[in-house]
Design a protein around this ligand. Sequence first.
Ligand code: NAD
Ligand code: BTL
Length: 490
Amino acid sequence: MDLKLQHYINGEWVGADSDNTRRIINPFNQEVISVVPEGNESEAKTAIAAAREAFDNGEWTNTPATERGAIVKRIAELIERDKEELAYLESLDTGKTVEESRGDMDDIAGVFRYYGELADKDGGELIESPVPNSTSKVVHEPVGVCGQITPWNYPLLQASWKLAPALATGNTLIMKPSEITPLTTIKVFELIEEAEVPAGVANLVLGAGDTVGAELSSNTDVDLISFTGGIETGKKIMQAASVNVKKLALELGGKNPNIIFADTDFDLAVDQAMNGVFFHAGQICSAGTRLIVEETIHDEFVNALVQRVKKFKLGSGFEEATQMGPLISAEHLAKVEKYVETGLKEGATLAVGGSRPENPELQKGFFYLPTIFTGCTTDMDIVQEEAFGPIITVEKFRAEGEAVKLANDSIYGLAGGVFTNDIAKAERCAAKMRMGTVWINEFNLYFPHAPWGGYKQSGIGRELGRLGLEEYTETKHVFQNLKPEPLNWF
Ligand SMILES: NC(=O)c1ccc[n+]([C@@H]2O[C@H](COP(=O)([O-])OP(=O)(O)OC[C@H]3O[C@@H](n4cnc5c(N)ncnc54)[C@H](O)[C@@H]3O)[C@@H](O)[C@H]2O)c1
Ligand SMILES: C[N+](C)(C)CC=O
């Protein structure tokens, strides 16, 4: 593998300052893909100091926004140039099919291009001042030093949603990818170097959450922390970040409802309901794992799903016929298995799946069969908690209001879907669904122009879109008195 398997700090590739290393495992066969340095608080502190110095010296912040934007767009071009290598690395690291990884790389290049284009579009705004002989201007400025922490399921995609807007707006940053899937993030830092982002502006520290991640969250030289990951980690980061009242962006989990009305296009809804869950073996924050199906079509719908699911081809992400790869790790597989046990204990009915596959070729990988539970109710843990695997729970409803009530009965509020041919009904539901994204006759679609984020405990703030750029800015009001006079008060 022709990758610089190191940290990238202050424009230099550096090994660990201890003997610590981590083996990166292929989830398809448990082979060691590579060995990377395992950083700790010490590397994190060095990188934070470099990012602080690079921000305070003002070189990057004062680079004209058009130039910064051009560099960010250059990163997009380099990602397109190296798309095949990046897709290969992502599939090797995560187990997802290479076709999915290629799609991710297109999305990632699109994100860098979108924010590169936006970099010079904000010239501030003159607002009407109520004071005679004065001007009043609102400007956006970079926040400062940004800590960025990403998960393993979409390693580079989630990193791109943070790197591109932070760079475009003139911040400096320290990125910590998930310790189990760092490869594409390392590769993108090679491209960041090639695009000539100045030393110290973008830093990469490899390592675990409770060391490197905790340092980024609690260090008082970090002005903003942007985190994507699980809800419990998010709570810890929020607490740690309070030490200097950091700006905080949290993209957390989801348990996403998908409401299927009887008047929907049946085959389309079956197809989308499956795609909404089983891509990347269900390891998607916005997976539509809670199907809420109108009673009159419930049995037919479940039956159609079961027939389709039985034909899924599990296998290596590098084989063209493969539709679903393995789960990420032995630990995660055990978590998914536990949730299936929980579902059975809670009285849900197993319609299909519910075990590891028997195929001898899949025994070394962390595979789990696509699983559907029927007879589910909102008081079940299997309905309420994020299993983050290939599991669907099916609930029934009779009336529109009941469907929306079930959909909203969750601590989460990331995303949801509605399938119906009655557009007025779809819009009524969408208006009442307490989620950051609602899809109508669609599921799991995202693009750079539209904001992404959660209501309720699915997070704080937004990525993507203009809001995703604003997360990385402070807003300043500059008032100028053109004819100042003494107040003569004291
Ligand atoms: N809302 C979204 O857009 C979105 C997108 C992708 C994934 N997710 C969520 O991510 C979760 C799966 O990812 P995961 O298992 O990698 O999540 P995780 O919370 O275990 O880890 C995420 C990152 O946080 C780091 N971390 C762990 N403990 C930390 C600590 N104490 N301080 C600082 N950092 C720490 C990890 O090293 C990793 O880099 C799911 O809940 C999923 O829904 C959300
Ligand atoms: C945000 N998304 C859908 C790309 C990945 C969630 O896990």
